[in-house]
Write a protein that binds this ligand. Structure first.
Ligand code: PEP
Ligand code: MN
Length: 360
């Protein structure tokens, strides 16, 4: 079922970017110097938006919980110094108010907030009448309805510059990922809300630097619209998520290694594809006339059987037909399930022709 969410295209957000949007920056803003130094490094790369967390939703108490409001100015000024828009996580209406007052360009809602409608609704209420883009991370549990619900709450408040971020799901069972991706869910989201931009956060999916490139490439192969990757000037001393942050220079190498999908083919590529499509058109024409010939013969058999008072459906013949066609197809590398489904349709239609004769 399609969900009615009014979402603008990512290209209409007023942010310049290339093949896909790149959001990068530290997990947390820690000091004015750390923010400025990181952003100066990122500004040399194809990075389009700078991120930094100010209010950190830590799993256990006693960890670094973010610098809070003072960081808003550091982030905004660092972005402005390089002409880059900035984004931060908001988890309460007070965060929204402070972030908007500081001129933060894009907001995001974290995975631990998306999960709770009691948290999302007041954020949506605080955003009424405000034309700011909002990105919604998936809830920590693999629940598409909850993710959609958060997007709908924002949309009902009039937010139309919306994006979803896949950052993986918490799993009790250990895996090589910190938060296991479940690509089926963002793909299903794409089907349910076709025009909603979807971004991938390979940093929180991976949990360590080694996996990020692989996850980012998978997201691009699946035609995600952007990537959010954590980058810190000195990851080893980062106050949060130290293992998954990349130095700006390493992020640059990673971005250069990615191979994005391209929306527009070159003239040569288009000519090649069109040549192949013409062959497919001819083959489809042949396929349809063969099906017509096959049905005509089925009708003739039907007429003969009627005249000679024989029953139409001969189970033994059908079993043999299916087996031989599957065997033949398999030898050619065709999928058994595919052939079975096709032959079931053909057989059903043949029987109809035998019983009724061809339709006029
Ligand atoms: C983050 O982006 O730093 C963060 C806390 O992410 P998530 O909500 O995905 O855990
Ligand atoms: Mn983080």
């Amino acid at each position: 079922m399609t969900v009615k969410i009014k979402a603008e295209q990512l290209r209409d957000w007023g942010i310049a970017y290339g093949d896909y949007l790149v959001i990068a920056g530290p997990c947390s803003a820690e000091s004015e110097e750390q923010v400025h130094a990181t952003v100066a490094g990122l500004a040399k790369l194809p990075v389009n938006v700078v991120r930094a967390g100010l209010w950190k939703p830590r799993t256990r108490p006693g960890c670094f919980e973010g610098v809070g409001e003072p960081g808003l100015r550091w982030l905004k000024e660092a972005g402005a110094a390089h002409g880059l828009p900035v984004t931060t996580e908001v988890a309460t209406p007070e965060h929204v108010e402070a972030a908007l007052k500081a001129g933060i360009d894009v907001l995001w809602i974290g995975a631990r907030t998306t999960v709770n409608p009691f948290s999302v609704q007041p954020i949506a209420d605080a955003l009424k009448g405000v034309d700011v883009p909002v990105m919604v991370k998936n809830p920590i549990n693999p629940d598409l309805e909850l993710w959609l619900g958060a997007l709908e709450r924002l949309n009902n408040s009039g937010v139309t510059k919306l994006a979803a971020i896949h950052r993986g799901f918490t799993a009790y069972k250990k895996s090589r990922f910190r938060n296991k991706p479940n690509w089926k869910i963002p793909i299903e989201l794409r089907h349910r809300v076709p025009n909603l931009p979807i971004i991938c956060d390979p940093s929180h999916i991976s949990g360590n630097r080694k996996l990020i490139a692989e996850v980012a490439q998978t997201a691009l192969d699946l035609t995600f619209d952007g990537l959010m990757i954590e980058s810190h000037i000195d990851p080893d001393v980062a106050l949060s998520d130290a293992k998954q942050q990349l130095k700006p220079a390493d992020l640059g190498k990673l971005l250069a290694s990615l191979n994005p999908m391209r929306a527009t083919p070159s003239d040569d590529e288009l000519a090649y594809i069109q040549g192949l499509r013409r062959i497919i058109d001819q083959l489809d024409g042949t396929l349809i006339s063969l099906l017509k010939q096959r049905m005509d013969i089925a009708s003739e058999i039907g007429r003969f059987k009627k005249k000679t008072r024989l029953t139409v459906f001969q189970p033994k013949r059908w079993k043999e037909t299916l087996q031989t066609r599957i065997r033949h197809g398999r030898e050619l590398g065709l999928d058994e399930n595919f052939l079975t489904r096709i032959y079931e349709y053909i057989h059903e239609e043949s029987i109809r022709h035998q019983e009724e004769g061809p339709k006029d």
